[in-house]
Design a protein around this ligand. Structure first.
Ligand SMILES: [Ca+2]
Ligand SMILES: [Ca+2]
Ligand SMILES: [Ca+2]
Ligand SMILES: [Ca+2]
Length: 460
């Protein structure tokens, strides 16, 4: 069986057509498009077992332990290094959570720290004020501000990585690199202004989730959103869910995985690509990939030469890619898929999805409302505005770090990372460190409940 081309006029399932009209009416601001390519059958779903990183964690990396049960380490300074620095927390060993008592830009003036000690949670939502931004000083050693390398069980949540001063010694640097790591979860992160990818999976990663994040404005002429696998030798489990990629020429995302991988690209928005949105490569044996519930939306840099899902066989080693596509929207005057991609379409996902996907229309609304680090800064606000209004351009305006607000950290006399006033509300003890207790006996640690509370305070 081959996948089929469907379009609105040709639909025979009238209840779906009626439902579609209702949805279009409900989301009148969402641009719609007719033709789309998809499989004959909806995706199968099988959620992996294991203890979740936190309630709501999704994807193949959802069971990353992070720093659960470990030390609560305060970040009390924006300085590059020394006591109370982010670097000190990252470089510490053993299970640990970075809790922020300061807000603003942590600008690495020396080589940025590499996260290589396992069992780490970076809990950006604990920060006061406008939150935490990682940046670098622009020197040749500046490079990629956030690198997770040769490690496992790392959770990064609710921080920004804005590389506003490009390093000088090499032609590329990412905002975030995940290299040779397993069980990594990156969630509600915002990244911009990389001269290579805004997020890059390199070498042999496995069990990775990148979710609910905003990757906008790579730096021309190498403005790339997401290279999910680069130079792998083994199959990988990788989830890219609920993200917004905006104002990047291509690699929205680039998938180049070995055969046998389980790769899902689900419920994302890809906006204003130039040459192509998604790229499916075969350099390591023919990427198997599921594209489900995504919106590919043209913008001011998009032309009729732009491709939504492009399969590139120019470097193929001979095993063809396997592309499953379901419920994707291609909005704008560009080519939805190239012929090579259409030839690789299949009717069953290569692997069951790890989550029940939202519809593309619902995902569009949800991503614009919730993706990225909170509280949102002006960069993310602009990216969301641009998607909604069809505005904005790649590389414009030039990078300018938004103003930061210091705010006041919540009271935490017992230094367990949790607001003492909030502790009382769930029966935790504000005079005793009890982050990993379960005061209300609901199976969720006090600290995880506190982070969920912080998410709400920040507007999520
Ligand atoms: Ca890169
Ligand atoms: Ca406390
Ligand atoms: Ca306590
Ligand atoms: Ca609890």
């Amino acid at each position: 069986m081959t996948a089929k081309r469907r379009n609105g006029a040709g639909r025979k399932v009238w209840p779906l057509a009626i439902l579609g009209m209702v949805l279009v009416a409900a989301y009148a601001l969402i641009p719609t498009d007719g033709a789309r390519l998809e499989a004959a059958q909806p995706p199968t779903v099988s959620t992996p077992g294991g203890t979740k990183s936190f309630p709501g964690a999704i994807g193949w990396g959802a069971s990353s332990a992070g720093g659960r049960g470990g030390k609560i380490i305060y970040v009390t300074t924006l300085a590059d290094s020394g006591s109370g620095s982010f670097r000190a927390c990252v470089m510490a060993s053993g299970p640990r959570v970075c809790v922020f008592r300061v807000a603003g830009v942590i600008r690495f003036t020396t080589t940025p720290p590499v996260i290589s000690e396992p069992y780490l949670t970076i809990a950006g939502q604990t920060a006061p004020g406008s939150g935490i931004v990682l940046a670098h000083a622009g020197a040749p050693v500046g490079r990629t501000p956030l690198v997770i390398k040769n490690t496992h069980d790392v959770v990064v949540r609710n921080i920004r990585v804005r590389a506003d001063l490009p390093g000088g010694s090499r032609g590329s640097e990412d905002s975030i690199t995940i290299e040779h790591a397993t069980k990594v979860l990156v969630d509600h992160v915002s990244a911009s202004w990389a001269r290579d990818e805004l997020i890059n999976g390199y070498a042999d990663n496995d069990y990775i989730t990148v979710s609910n994040s905003i990757f906008a404005w790579g730096i021309p002429t190498h403005d790339k959103c997401a290279l999910l696998a680069s130079d792998p030798t083994d199959a990988q489990h990788f989830s890219f869910i609920g993200n917004l990629c905006a104002h990047n020429g291509d690699r929205m995302p680039d998938v180049n995985f070995p055969h046998g991988s389980c790769l899902e690209v689900v419920d994302n928005i890809f906006y204003n690509a130039q040459s192509r949105f998604a790229e499916v490569w075969e350099l390591f044996g023919g990427t198997p990939v599921s594209f489900v519930g995504n919106s590919f939306i043209g913008g001011p840099n998009t032309t009729n030469l732009t491709v939504g899902i492009a399969r590139d066989t120019s470097t193929s080693i001979g095993t063809p890619a396997v592309i499953y596509a379901w419920d994707n929207r291609f909005v704008g005057a560009f080519q939805d898929m190239n012929a090579e991609a259409e030839q690789a379409l299949v009717n069953q996902p290569p692997c069951p999805l790890t989550i029940n996907p939202a519809s593309a229309v619902n995902a569009y609304t949800s991503v614009l409302k919730k993706a990225g680090a909170f509280p949102r800064d002006s960069i993310d606000d602009q990216a969301v505005y641009d998607v909604e209004h069809g505005s904005g351009r790649i590389g414009q305006p030039a990078p300018v770090m938004p103003a930061q607000t210091a705010g006041t950290p919540y009271p935490d006399a017992d230094k367990d990372g949790m607001d003492d006033n909030w502790e009382v509300t769930i029966g935790a003890n504000p005079r005793v460190p009890d982050a990993w207790g379960d005061a209300n006996h609901n199976g969720v640690s006090n600290f995880d409940e506190f982070l969920a509370y912080r998410d709400k305070v920040l507007g999520l």
